[in-house]
Design a protein around this ligand. Structure first.
Ligand code: ZN
Length: 680
């Protein structure tokens, strides 16, 4: 299980220079990359070393993980140095408020621009050891969340580990931890009941090896109590069955349009053998609502999930869900009122909506403003399931009571971890683009992704879609799902929409863009016209029809945007097979605008002209240009503005139509100005 390698350790030292810091980075990463030990910014590590001040004096410092850093990717700057002596002096105090503690730590930073050191900094400072590692290892939490956790851990570890009763992170916990250590200075680490584990040592390697050894001891103990041998690695996932797409759309719609929420959310769904085992338990409801495995999780998962029993169809689900959501909200408000009153705390309630949904027959579903947030909640909850299942085999899963969970949930230092980044305009929304790998389709996908939207891209070529999805996601920090679909096949389109619904829980805006541009004299293109009607008219109808079903279940309105053409109003010779379906497409758009307005669903189109894309047969265009006495470039600029229309100009038009909340049944022309093509 140990990943330590002398070669790697030497490479880190060479790369970072300072040996203490280099090895601190090295084993922090080793711990951070093992999801059974550390998840999403959880845990922290430190090293005591020296730094030099402006006068050249050597000062003893504590380099401890800064908040906002993930151990898996930590760099030396993620381990800010704090002067150690002034921190240690704080131990004489009886009390120290959180804000004062943070202030004292920040005031002693060597570099004032550093991130704020971990809320567990004082614990690291008070303990004398050079290297200290802290994780919320699953296996330890199985034992630390038992009614007899202290006795159990003591009998397993004997004198090797000190046992610290639960105290919220901060000054009091730091004092208690060092007291436990001082009562037996030979301990190799500390077990924090209901919280996690610390190990320490004179070197990075010793502290790291002790962490692994103690966690392995916990795993072996758990294995000895289980009927079948337990798995201590990531489970294999299958996606949510597309048959549940519309059910998820109902859930997403209810959450997004709730007055108690903070706007649109996206859903993440997971299924694995372990999730299924958990969801099928007869005691699911009471087991799942006992509380989180470590209070650290509460800000991302809330204190309880919502269990939703299996229902046959989305309609029944919708009726059932409303009642259950109301009950959850009332329970949450009661929890908030009781706890804040008992503590005399003047707090503002957070959103009372659930984040984790347990749906037997469907899977584990989580909601978030971003897919990243929803995925973090899903990761944490999967580890919760694993821990709870094992804890029940060992004895009884008994986490902290509401009282402590509330303190953590409403702790200002914990809330700070969520960050206050201003949301992007399309955060929480989902756009679906067809013909996405083409020039205009690509530009549209970029436009929406850059605004923070999640994007579903469809087209025919799997390889190109996949490549584009990766590039878009990494460039714009949003989730992009590629779905291969032949838009001319009605059944395929319906399936694609179901898959889209399971990808994010729904769709807010569809940009129906896929098309083809056949040419030829109208009297000779009967077959081409038939094919063109399929892709340039019927494919839009298939998509709009399937999306309507989805958007109605979602109940959040929505937007259908069509890529028509100036040829709908201003046909040219030889383009009949193209302009006829495009003219019909405008009529189709208007029909949707009329019939879906009651559902808050808008329908609009963009008429673009002379955009250089692979769709165009450049030889034919050059010929047409020459017939008008123009060179190719001049042909593309032959409009009132004298500017060539680029794919991104068309993309922006779609984006602005989407933003025009009080517009429907209309179209926007993007052709640089062409009076002959204006609607009349
Ligand atoms: Zn912790």
């Amino acid at each position: 299980m140990s990943q330590w390698s002398d070669d790697d350790a030497a490479a880190y030292c060479k790369r970072y220079g300072d040996e203490d810091l280099a090895l601190r980075v090295y084993t922090s990463r080793l711990l951070g990359r093992d999801s059974s030990l550390v998840l999403h910014g959880g845990g922290n590590t430190s090293v005591k070393t020296t730094a030099t001040d402006e006068l050249g004096r050597e000062i003893e410092v504590l380099c401890v993980k800064g908040s906002g850093w993930d151990m898996a990717e930590i760099e030396p700057v993620g381990l800010p140095a704090v002067c150690l002596a002034p921190l240690r002096e704080l131990r004489v105090l009886d009390e120290l408020a959180d804000e004062a503690m943070v202030n004292a730590v920040r005031r002693n930073l060597m570099d004032v621009t550093s991130p704020t050191p971990s809320v567990e900094t004082l614990l690291h400072a008070f303990l004398p050891h050079k290297f200290i590692d802290h994780t919320h290892a699953d296996a330890v939490l199985v034992l630390a969340n038992q009614p007899d956790a202290a006795d159990l851990c003591q009998s397993l570890y004997g004198d090797r580990m000190g046992i610290v009763p639960y105290i919220m992170p901060g000054f009091q916990l730091a004092k208690k931890a060092v007291e436990v250590y001082e009562s037996n200075p030979d301990v190799e680490g500390l077990i924090l009941i209901n919280h996690g584990i610390f190990t320490f040592g004179p070197s990075a390697e010793v502290a790291y090896r002790r962490m692994l050894e103690m966690v392995t001891m916990a795993q072996e103990f758990i294995a000895s109590r289980m009927e079948k041998s337990p798995i201590f690695k990531e489970p294999t996932h299958t996606g949510i069955d597309t048959a549940h797409g519309m059910t998820l759309a109902v859930l997403r719609g209810c959450l997004s349009s709730s007055e108690q929420g903070s706007g649109s959310v996206v859903l993440v769904g997971r299924v694995s053998p372990q999730i299924t085992e958990f969801l099928e338990r007869p005691d699911l409801e009471q087991l799942a609502t006992r509380g989180p495995i470590t209070p650290d999780h509460v800000i991302r998962t809330k204190q309880k999930p919502l269990v939703l029993p299996q229902v046959e169809d989305p309609e029944t689900f919708k009726t059932d869900l409303a009642g259950r959501l109301d009950t959850y909200i009332q329970d949450y408000q009661a929890y908030f009122d009781t706890q804040s009153k008992a503590k005399g705390a003047d707090k503002t309630a957070l959103s009372p909506l659930p984040v984790v949904f347990l749906m037997p027959g469907v899977g584990l579903i989580t909601a978030g403003r971003t897919t990243k947030a929803a995925n973090i909640a899903a990761d944490l909850y999967e580890h919760t399931i694993d821990t709870v299942l094992k804890a029940e085999q060992v004895g009884r899963y008994q986490p902290l009571p509401d009282d402590h969970i509330f303190d953590m949930e409403y702790w200002s230092l914990e809330q700070a971890k969520l960050g206050k980044k201003r949301p992007r305009p399309m955060e929480g929304l989902v756009a679906l683009v067809t013909g996405a790998t083409g020039g205009i389709g690509h530009a549209i996908s970029v436009e929406f992704a850059a605004a923070g939207s999640n994007v579903i891209i469809t087209d025919l070529d799997q390889g190109r879609l996949q490549e584009m999805a990766q590039a878009l996601a990494s460039e714009h920090g949003t989730a992009v799902v590629p779905l291969v679909c032949d838009m001319t096949q009605e059944a395929d389109v319906a399936t694609m929409i179901d898959r889209a619904a399971t990808a994010f829980g729904g769709v807010d805006v569809v940009i129906s863009n896929a098309g083809r541009a056949p040419v030829g004299p109208i009297a000779e293109v009967t077959r081409e016209l038939t094919a063109s009607l399929e892709i340039n008219l019927m494919a839009h109808q298939f998509l709009a029809s399937a999306t309507t079903t989805l958007m109605r279940y979602q109940g959040m309105g929505g937007c259908l945007l069509f890529n028509a053409s100036k040829s709908a109003f201003n046909p040219g010779p030889g383009f009949g097979a193209y302009s006829i379906p495009k003219a019909a497409l405008i009529a189709l758009m208007k029909q949707y605008a009329i019939e879906l307005a009651d559902d808050g669903i808008r329908a609009m189109a963009v008429n673009a002209d002379r955009v250089r894309t692979p769709l165009l047969d450049m030889d034919a265009v050059a010929k047409r240009a020459r017939a008008r006495g123009l060179e190719l470039d001049a042909y593309f600029r032959a409009n009132l503005l004298g500017q060539e229309v680029r794919p991104q100009d068309v993309a922006r038009a779609f984006y602005h139509l989407y933003l025009s909340e009080r517009s429907t049944g209309t179209l926007l022309t993007v052709d640089g100005g062409n009076i002959a093509a204006s609607p009349r």
